[in-house]
Design a binder for this molecule. Sequence first.
Ligand SMILES: Cc1cc2nc3c(=O)[nH]c(=O)nc-3n(C[C@H](O)[C@H](O)[C@H](O)COP(=O)(O)O)c2cc1C
Length: 303
Amino acid sequence: MVDTKVSLSGLTLDNPVIPASGTFGYGKEYAELYDINILGSLSFKGTTREARFGNPQPRIAECSQGMINSVGLQNPGLDAVKAVELPELARIYKKPVIANVSGFSIEEYVQCAKAMDDEPQVGIIEVNVSCPNVHDGGMAFGVLPESAAAVTKAVKKVTKKPVYIKLSPNVTDIVSIAKACEEAGADGLSLINTLLGMRIDIRRRAPVIANKMGGFSGPAIFPVAVRMVYQVAKAVRIPIIGMGGIQDARDVIEMMMAGASAVQVGAANLVNPYACKEIIEELPRVMEELKIEKLEDIIGIVE
Ligand SMILES: Cc1cc2nc3c(=O)[nH]c(=O)nc-3n(C[C@H](O)[C@H](O)[C@H](O)COP(=O)(O)O)c2cc1C
């Protein structure tokens, strides 16, 4: 029997597979298809202070080996997430979850993080400083070490829960931003968010997406994600949740060898709603084939 357990800041996960924020809602739709309690954890849709209806349609562009989304942080807002979504999630999922929060000001990040601090099911607060979809938020905080550190510091002050900063790949030097977050007190890092992309409808001579640009994700970004996780893992001591284009158990192992302690699966859930289930079932078989007894032993094993 192989051991698929991993740990993140004191939380033990049965396996490292976590659906990525924004691709799994609050688990409801997936729970109708399979028992989602097999998941290592679950990162729910990004929460903002106010309800957001998202960006105008169309906001998805399919690409070969990936997709561009410009959903624009659509969510029911902090109060409704706490009053409705989290109690419902607690009924269908019995393990600690990851609360993904976003904001358009440091005060908003602080307010969202503080509100998640007293949620018993929240095991980790994941701070999205990188969403490329929103004109005047997210991105601005994640692109500079100073602003990423300022958000980290402010959020750390209002919660006792582990704080993971979710980094943007749309930067010149992700390592310097990762280090700034670690120095500012981050307990861990999640990476990568989507890469800023664009498609043009050549018949209409216009962008496919109403908002022109959006976040590119899916298998095409996997090598970029592995590279960034590898570089960051070599530079920091805090744990990393690796993501970007993961499709199967072999990708999970590759991401962990690059330095991730756990992984998130995003776009793959939208292509195949059973993606996480299939990865979790495949993982022990691939571990046996590769003679990996304990998954934690391979974290960052590549020199
Ligand atoms: C439709 C969609 C919505 C997303 N919404 C969020 C979000 O609310 N917060 C966040 O931090 N990341 C969000 N992301 C980014 C994913 O969590 C993930 O970082 C990214 O898609 C890379 O992983 P993947 O290639 O497996 O999709 C979203 C991605 C997609 C495709």
